[in-house]
Write a protein that binds this ligand. Structure first.
Ligand code: PEP
Ligand code: MN
Length: 348
């Protein structure tokens, strides 16, 4: 941490800062420039926060040098992590060596629809199945998902197709039930800052897919991941799914720069959800290509056997032909950025 003193700060004010820092066990290194004095602090950053340095007389500014998140930071963990999803006998990686495609319906509607979507996903080379049983909808009148019945359908479809299941949990009280049947727990954009839910998934023993809040900064998103990690769960995959901007052509604006920025600051894998970012299917393949080129560790996309009659997010759901176009991009482009398809890496 660095304290910048005001140009007219007095020697006494500088001494006051150094004494307070030393008083909490830190060290203060004073460096005097032509116009300003700056003080470098070394020691426990949390104890410095308690000092209220910004409000001390003569202090102009305080800068943090290290990341506010620790467990998910790359500063303390330079190697990028791989998160394995699935059960004994069949685990799928999400991480730096591979490019992972997760596909499935936005919502589980019926056993038949879920099975057909999963078969489309598998045929195209996806290695994980997505599908919402608990749907966080903006309108309380919209389809809310099948709940526990939807989880059972997902478990049956996993049995039939072999694809491990990623599904959202919206309430901390449901975490044990969802963790029992799912292979990866998704925390959606609307719940990124639901700290009780983050702690509950942190204790679930299952990998977590943490979507970026639609109005969250990258730092806030990483702090949310830190909540999960702090409960002992480092199996967190981050998902960029678009943020709110003034541009109305898409539902949200995919912040593609988040991918390399997060890779620079965190060791956690980052995937992209072009379906929920754009809200329209014609952009899903181009945005997936952009995600691959930017170094994303995978994509998660909506598919539906009959998008026209989907109960949720039909306009963004890919049909079979469109999913095959995505699969082609997911086969051809990752080698250009030094990756292989995830299907090659499935392990027992
Ligand atoms: C979803 O993936 O089904 C979903 C609701 O996504 P988001 O939380 O990003 O809107
Ligand atoms: Mn959706």
């Amino acid at each position: 941490m660095v304290v910048v003193m005001a140009p007219d700060a007095t020697e006494e004010q500088v001494r006051h800062v150094t004494e307070r820092v030393e008083g909490v066990g830190g060290q203060a290194f004073v460096s005097r420039g032509v116009r300003r004095t700056i003080i470098g602090l070394v020691g426990d950053i949390d104890s410095f926060h308690g000092l209220n340095l910004r409000s001390m007389p003569g202090v102009a500014d305080v800068h943090r040098i290290s990341d506010p998140f620790k467990l998910v930071s790359r500063q303390h963990h330079p190697d990028r992590s791989t998160v394995w999803v699935g059960r004994a006998g069949h685990r799928v990686p999400i991480g730096p060596q591979t490019f992972t495609v997760i596909a499935g319906p936005c919502a589980v509607e019926t056993p038949q629809q879920t099975l057909e979507a999963a078969e489309m996903a598998r045929a195209a080379g996806a290695t994980l199945l997505r599908g919402g049983a608990f749907k966080p909808r903006t309108s309380p009148y919209a389809f809310q998902g099948l709940g526990a019945t939807g989880l059972e359908i997902l478990a049956d479809v996993r049995e039939a197709t072999g694809l491990p299941v990623v599904t959202e949990v919206v309430d901390a009280r449901d975490v044990p039930m969802v963790a029992e049947l799912a292979d990866m727990l998704q925390v959606g954009t609307r719940n990124m800052a639901n700290f009780g839910l983050l702690q509950a998934v942190g204790e679930s023993g299952k990998p977590v897919l943490l979507k970026r809040g639609m109005t969250a900064t990258i730092e806030e998103w990483l702090m949310a991941a830190e909540y999960v990690a702090q409960r002992g769960n480092l199996d967190v995959v981050l998902c960029e799914r678009g943020i709110r901007t003034f541009e109305p052509s898409t539902r949200n604006t995919l912040d593609i720069s988040a991918v390399p920025i997060v890779h620079g600051t965190s060791h956690l894998p980052v995937i992209v959800d072009p379906s929920h970012a754009a809200g329209r299917k014609d952009l899903v393949v181009p945005l997936s290509r952009a995600a691959i080129a930017a170094g994303a560790d995978g994509v998660i996309v909506d598919v539906h056997p009959d998008p026209e009659h989907a109960l949720c997010d039909g306009p963004q759901a890919l049909d079979g032909a469109e999913l095959r176009a995505l699969a082609q991009a997911a086969r051809q482009l990752p080698p250009i950025v030094g990756r292989e398809p995830a299907a090659l890496h499935v392990r027992a």
